[in-house]
Ligand binder design. Structure first.
Ligand SMILES: Cc1ncc(COP(=O)(O)O)c(C=O)c1O
Ligand SMILES: N[C@@H](CCCC[NH3+])C(=O)O
Length: 423
């Protein structure tokens, strides 16, 4: 059951009405449910059970410190892709020994810091990156724990922009040449080979591509074992989808059960990096209708949230449900819900059947993942506030940006000493 529900015709987040949240914190505001994040994380943790391994929440999905701290309190691990995400996890009280460091372009500085705090594993995505890590580890007098992220060439059956496990994608090392790279890594005094990793894409709605990739990884792990390279864990990445619009993605518990069965008797730990399946349906974007504008072609509802607040519709033509916080009187009509940004691609939803009136509050659902984290200041718009609801309590986990925040670090250029005519 969702943590966002109607009570007497008004939408609530857990025990707090969204009308009250809008009144207290203004709009646009991201609203998160603590119960949802905890429940979704716990499904993964319970399914892993006593099997050695880690559930490493993918920080990029929602990196708010409030969210990270509640997951850290539950004992979660974290999947990070930058030095910035590493510092966020540390600030939130996350355990560095439960961090896996993914990403195709790690800098030497990021590697140094990750070695210093003692991350669990570097997911290395290329031979060049392995070379850099080896050099940095040597300089620090350390031995870097490594998985190679292999590209298993599996079609994840998802949007092409978020498919990552095909040969044509930039991610990972071709599985065919991986044994050679493993031999090089295993021979290095500054690298400790501990695992193998893949991540084939995001918003997958079938288990089959995951199992396909897993089978290929297991063949590789067995081949490496024959050559004396014994892996400790297998990291299957994230990618499990959620329901945005009628999809029926597998439940995390069923997915993990299928994976565990495939692992069989092998002494291999398991790491997963779920992002969306923990966060997406734990959040919504609260926005208010500014104007209604009818043209010959379309009805536009201009709201105070825009593509800078949630880029997913503009970037992937993604659908997220948009519902009234309190239904308005009158006939439902067809509306395009658009923001104030100067782009035709600035929309939150098209062709929505709603009864609307100016001033009305709307909620864009399934916005807990890749919502705020992909937001920007385009059109010099302050980024939204973020509020975490826990039962009947609300926590402002990120204050709305101010105009002063937006110009911080910028400067004016001095006036020219000479005028044009004198030049
Ligand atoms: C390496 C890696 N791990 C984990 C994730 C999280 O994926 P998702 O949010 O689909 O679970 C991503 C993003 O797709 C990723 O690139
Ligand atoms: N940002 C994407 C998913 C990409 C996942 C990151 N590797 C989305 O909103 O659907």
């Amino acid at each position: 059951m969702s943590e966002f529900n109607y009570r007497n015709g008004t939408l609530w987040a857990e025990e707090v009405s969204l009308e009250k949240i809008a009144e207290q914190f203004g709009t646009p505001t991201y609203v998160y449910s603590r119960a949802h994040f905890e429940k979704q994380y716990q499904i993964y943790a319970d399914a892993l059970g006593d099997h050695p391994g880690l559930i490493c929440y993918a920080v990029k999905a929602n990196s708010n410190l409030g969210v990270l701290s509640l997951l850290a309190q539950l004992g979660a691990g974290f999947d990070i892709v930058s030095g910035g995400e590493l510092e966020r996890v540390l600030l939130a009280g996350g355990d560095p020994s439960r961090i896996v460091f993914s990403g195709v372009g790690k800098t030497a500085e990021e590697m140094r810091r990750a070695l210093e705090v003692g991350v669990h594993c570097f997911n290395v995505e290329s031979e060049a990156e392995l070379g850099r890590l080896e050099a940095v580890a040597a300089e620090c007098g350390a031995k870097a724990p490594v998985s190679l992220r292999v590209n298993p060439d599996v079609d994840a059956g998802t949007h092409p922009y978020i498919s990552t496990g095909l040969k044509e994608n930039k991610f990972g090392i071709d599985i065919e040449i991986a044994p050679e790279v493993y031999r090089r890594a295993a021979a290095s005094p500054h690298i400790k080979v501990i695992g193998v990793d893949c991540h084939i894409g995001s918003q997958l709605t079938e288990i089959a591509p995951f199992l396909d990739a897993l089978d290929r990884l297991l063949i590789l792990a067995d081949k490496l074992a024959d050559q004396g390279i014994q892996l400790e864990h297998l990291d299957l990445g994230g990618g499990l989808g959620v329901r945005y619009r009628g999809e029926e993605p597998p439940q995390a518990g069923d997915y993990l059960a299928a994976v565990m069965e495939r692992l069989g008797e092998r002494q291999l730990g398991l790491i997963l990096e779920p992002g969306r399946s923990i966060a997406a349906n734990g959040g919504l974007l609260l926005t208010r209708v500014e104007f209604l504008k009818r043209t010959e072609e379309h009805n536009f509802a201009i709201v105070d949230a825009a593509m800078n607040d949630n880029l997913r519709p503009a970037l992937y033509q993604a659908w997220q449900d948009i519902v009234p916080v309190t239904p308005a009187d009158g006939e439902a009509e067809l509306w395009d819900i658009v923001g104030p940004v100067c782009e035709t691609g600035d929309f939150l939803g098209k062709h929505r059947t709603l009864a609307l009136q100016p001033g009305q509050l709307l909620a864009m659902l399934s916005a807990g993942a890749y919502g705020f984290t992909m937001s920007s200041n385009y059109n010099t718009r302050p980024r939204a506030a973020e509020v975490l609801v826990d039962g009947d309590k609300t926590y402002l986990v990120r204050a709305r940006e101010t105009l002063a925040d937006l110009v911080r670090g910028e400067s004016l250029v001095p006036a020219r000493l000479t005028t044009r005519e004198e030049d």
